[in-house]
Ligand binder design. Structure first.
Ligand SMILES: [Mg+2]
Length: 113
């Protein structure tokens, strides 16, 4: 294995301009500013997987169109064992259930603010 760390990265809201237009299952919004450099840097130390609920072929096509497919090992909709998961809709559990309940209650995706 080339890398010690594997990282799964969400597509909608992390790598693209999700949330600005109405959701369309056949169209993936444009790449977010800075996403390419982010992915490039991250790929130097970790094996990257695009982790999405979207159609896998459509997602792969989006990676190719944005010229970032070379930084990804694969596209998956399965939560495979990983060092980290990067997502815009997540609460990080740090061992405290009470805090986690509060975090869930107060959760807001950044792109809706
Ligand atoms: Mg997302």
């Amino acid at each position: 294995m080339k890398y010690e760390k594997r990282i799964l990265i969400d597509l909608d809201g992390v790598l693209n301009e999700y949330g600005k237009d109405k959701y369309n299952e056949y169209f993936i919004p444009k790449i977010k500013s800075g996403a390419k450099n982010f992915i490039k840097s991250l790929s130097e130390d970790a094996e990257l997987y695009l982790f999405t609920t979207r159609n896998l072929m459509l997602s792969t096509k989006w990676l190719i169109e944005n010229n970032i497919d070379k930084y990804f090992k694969d596209v998956t909709n399965i939560k495979i064992s990983s060092y980290l998961y990067i997502d815009d809709r997540t609460v990080c559990f740090k061992g405290d259930y009470e805090k986690t309940l509060k975090d869930i209650k107060n959760f807001k995706v950044y792109w809706k603010e």
